[in-house]
Design a protein around this ligand. Structure first.
Ligand code: OXD
Length: 304
């Protein structure tokens, strides 16, 4: 009995080519469905934040697995048809997302934007900067991103406090956050977007941070109240590094673009070079589990 898998590009199809009993369709959901779309059991949508529409998914009556290529799954939650499961791509972009958080922190502390501006003016101004050494880094998120950011912080002699959804060895509970904010020099937001975390970084959260603190968001824009952040940035009290914002793409007339004390990157934490090869391995292993009737990895339960 053949199993029909749908992948968004030829690269992923090639990664599955030698698996037996498999019919691999290449379709990214745009344009008319391939003739045997109704047979699709296992769907891999392209790496994007927007989910397929209910109308697109309705074309797949035999769908059993949606294997997304993102770690964040919240836009898909109300789209999963009865009888199907949603699987996240945990482990695919976490490492590089941690990298962009660390890049944002180090660039801020060592003032790289200022030195780049000096370089453009051919100006040798030997101004000494702050450093990660001795800093208190509060990491919200105990998954791969949070774990790696905390490791790097400690390597550079900062102290890192990690917060997860539930307290465990080495991890504080979300309920502890208000007590941890007043001593945090840097807060890294790396939690999934769930009803519990949406709007977590609000005006009260920001107000509890000490003057000069840096807020880093590499999770989802919805976790942070942009207006409240804008107020703090404009007042010159806080700094921010944002790889995600609550409306993406950020509209060209949005005040965040010209706000002081913020560096914005356009959601590039994931998708860094080589991600496709990692995706090939993750998808292939998942399809193999499915074909063997084994338990799938990273099945989304309770929203993440
Ligand atoms: C993800 C992302 O969720 O890249 O994986 O944002």
């Amino acid at each position: 009995m053949m199993t029909t898998v749908c992948v968004p590009d030829a690269g992923l199809a090639a990664a599955l080519a030698d698996l037996g009993d498999l019919d691999v369709l290449v379709w990214d959901g745009d344009g008319p469905p391939p003739p045997d779309a109704a047979e699709i059991e296992f769907l891999v949508p392209r790496y994007a934040l927007q989910p397929w529409s209910p109308a697109q998914l309705a074309q797949l009556p035999r769908l059993r697995v949606i294997q997304v290529l993102t770690a964040g799954v919240e836009p898909w939650l109300d789209r999963v048809p009865p009888g199907a499961v949603l699987c996240s791509a945990r482990g695919l972009h976490g490492g590089t997302t941690a990298e962009i958080a660390v890049a944002g922190i180090l660039s801020h502390l060592r003032e790289l934007p200022r030195f780049a501006a000096q370089q453009a003016r051919h100006e040798w101004d030997r101004h000494f900067t702050t450093t990660l050494r001795g800093r208190q880094v509060l990491v919200l998120g105990a998954g791969e991103i949070g774990r790696r950011v905390a490791e790097v912080a400690r390597i550079f002699d900062a102290s890192a406090t990690v917060v997860g959804r539930t307290a465990r060895e080495g991890v504080h509970a979300l309920a502890d956050v208000p007590h941890l904010l007043p001593t945090a020099d840097i807060v890294v937001v790396a939690l999934p977007n769930t009803p519990e975390t949406t709007g977590l970084v609000d005006a009260a959260f920001l107000a509890a941070l000490p003057d000069g603190a840096l807020v880093v968001n590499v999770a989802r824009g919805a976790l942070l109240d942009t207006d409240a952040l804008l107020t703090e940035l404009t007042a010159g009290r806080l700094y921010a590094f944002l790889d995600v914002v609550d409306v993406e793409p950020l509209p060209s007339d949005h005040p965040l673009w010209s706000a002081p004390n913020v560096v914005i990157t356009p959601h590039i934490g994931g998708g860094a070079s080589g991600w496709e090869q990692v995706a090939d391995r993750i998808v292939r292993a998942q399809v193999e589990r499915y074909l063997a009737g084994k338990e799938l990895a990273n099945v989304v339960v309770a929203g993440y």
